[in-house]
Design a protein around this ligand. Structure first.
Ligand code: TZD
Ligand code: CA
Length: 528
């Protein structure tokens, strides 16, 4: 009979999980013992980086990614990244090594006490098999749970003395199991929604990250064009579900109750697809919907449907729901929305402003570049100035947990042989995931990291002003030499302090086959 280790590798292999993102400890060594040659191990130097890389990889491939962490401490280090994966519906299969069964209860060093509790509530499933022979089945269950709608991270803790035990009787069947999901709109649901849309005078479409995740962006374009609706991206956008220079495109909705509903004033029907209703951020109370507006949400996530404070919801597969709507709705009699004005090029004069830097990036980067953005005050300038045309072009930490940007840039580039990945990372954010540079160098992953250095936690300054708080400590950064850090981790780097030098260094970085960091001093916008 196969061992638990052999059966597990077989299940991972059959499910396409042959890349292991990990940071090992003694509990994990018996799993890694003679790792099969068709597997590759991508080492991250911190578990937040390991999990963030796996997330970036999974976001680009649309497939699950396998993570191997070290016991409780490794899991704890990964929690911020797991929060982001939870909110981006990323199917991360996270395994953690446990102490040997006979001495877990003694709370020996490296015991993961009450392991299944540890990652809750940010995983769909958390398991520790009760007997060694159940490990392969538990791994298979974890994979199928992570990838079933709504997708999300799962956690399985495995005592290290299990790996050499006999796999159970089920192991011969486990690796070939296929689990699939349907979830189309019923004819009645489709009829109700098409009737509401047909009767609406001024509908608006709001798209969430899951439209992009479902590969349904082209269907969303078709729906907007046929219905001639303006299109907004749902607030706190972690992906870009719609081409940003399309005439229907309006931008990202503000993330406050009052702000969002005033932006939607005048619409009688708000159709939300693939997003929660809504991911607010700033607390600005107000009426949840503008007067006279009805809201319908289509989501694959029952939690998102149930917790919304207003509107009706339908739980369905986002791709098939959009396809059904496109094929059942006639072309509306309304005029096409008029394209919004694209801002002109920002003036360039001395130290770059954010706007001027993004103008250069937009001009130099290929049309199908993938952006990972984690520089909090840059949202408006970024969405205004960086044109995104293709599916899977943009990723932002879905829980707002910093430390995603650097590793996700690496994981996304590892997954993209044919597209260039550009991390647009703040000087604050970069430090939460800086060891990702080592992985990029070690495995020659040719990602480009743009470090926007304004010397401050800019978003917090803006929030302080908004909340009316003064004299807050800990806002100033500065004194971090990102090029020296890059050199230390083995990554090529330069400072771009003018439009010309940014153009040159970014062009060279994108043409090269090694990772590059470009530090861009940014003129701080005074906020307080
Ligand atoms: N820690 C973690 C893990 N996540 C967070 N979101 C924060 C702290 C708080 N935080 C924000 O929400 S934005 C921000 C912090 C510290 C400043 C980020 O600075 P930056 O970007 O340099 O990356 P800006 O453009 O200067 O804000
Ligand atoms: Ca900053």
């Amino acid at each position: 009979m196969a061992t638990v280790r052999e059966a597990t590798y077989d299940i991972l292999r059959k499910n396409g999980l042959t890349t292991i993102f990990g940071n090992p400890g003694s509990n994990e060594l018996p799993f890694l013992d003679r790792m099969p040659a068709d597997f590759r191990y991508i080492l991250g130097l911190h578990e937040g980086v390991v999990t963030g890389m796996a997330d970036g990889y999974s976001l680009v491939t649309g497939e699950p990614a396998f993570v191997n962490l070290h016991s409780a401490a490794g899991t704890g280090n990964a929690m911020g990244a797991i929060a982001n994966a939870w909110y981006s519906h990323s199917p991360l299969v996270i395994s953690a090594g446990q102490q040997a069964r006979p001495i877990i209860g003694l709370e020996s060093m490296l015991s993961n006490v009450d392991a299944t509790q540890l990652p809750q509530p940010l995983v769909k499933l958390s398991l520790e098999p009760s007997i060694a022979s159940d490990v392969p089945r538990a791994i298979a269950q974890s994979i199928h749970t992570a990838t079933a709608a709504p997708r999300g991270p799962v956690y399985v803790s495995i005592p290290w003395d299990d790996w050499t035990e006999d796999a159970g009787e089920a192991s011969e069947f486990l690796s070939s199991r296929v689990v699939t999901t349907a979830g189309s709109l019923s004819p009645g649901q489709l009829a109700d929604i098409t009737e509401l849309i047909g009767a609406s005078v001024n509908p608006v479409l709001i798209l969430g990250a899951d439209v992009d995740a479902a590969g349904a962006g082209a269907l969303a374009v078709e729906l907007a064009e046929r219905q001639r609706t303006p299109v907004w991206v749902a607030p706190s956008a972690s992906r870009c579900p719609f081409p940003t220079r399309h005439p229907c495109f309006r931008g990202v909705l503000p993330a406050s109750i009052a702000g969002l509903s005033s932006r939607l004033a005048g619409h009688d029907l708000i159709l939300v697809i693939g997003a929660p209703v809504f991911r607010y951020h700033q607390f600005q109370p107000g009426r949840y919907l503008p007067a006279g507006a009805a809201l319908i949400q289509i989501t694959s996530d029952p939690g998102e449907a149930a917790r919304a404070p207003m509107g009706d919801a339908v739980i369905a597969d986002v791709h098939s729901a959009l396809a059904a709507l496109v094929s059942s709705l006639p072309i509306a009699a309304r005029a096409m929305p008029i394209a919004r004005t694209v801002p002109g090029l920002a003036p360039v004069d001395g130290v770059l402003t954010l706007e001027a830097a993004f103008d250069v990036v937009n001009a130099v980067a290929p049309d199908d570049a993938i952006y990972v953005r984690e520089a909090t005050t840059t949202a408006e300038a970024f969405w205004d100035r960086i044109e995104m045309r293709h599916p899977g072009s943009y990723f932002f930490p879905a829980a707002g947990g910093l430390g995603f940007g650097m590793p996700a840039t690496v994981g996304a580039q590892l997954a993209s042989a044919n597209r260039k990945v550009i991390g647009v990372i703040g000087d604050g954010s970069a430090n939460y995931g800086i060891p990702a540079l080592w992985t990029a160098a070690r495995y020659r992953i040719p990602a480009t990291f743009l470090i926007l250095n304004n010397g401050t936690y800019g978003a917090l300054r803006a929030f302080a002003t908004q909340l009316g708080v003064e004299g807050v400590p800990g806002m100033d950064l500065g004194g971090v030499d990102f090029c020296a850090l890059a050199t230390g981790y083995g990554v090529r780097s330069s400072v771009a302090d003018s439009a010309e030098s940014l153009r040159e260094s970014l062009t060279a970085a994108l043409a090269g086959d090694v990772p590059t960091l470009i530090e861009i001093p940014i003129r701080a916008t005074p906020t307080n």
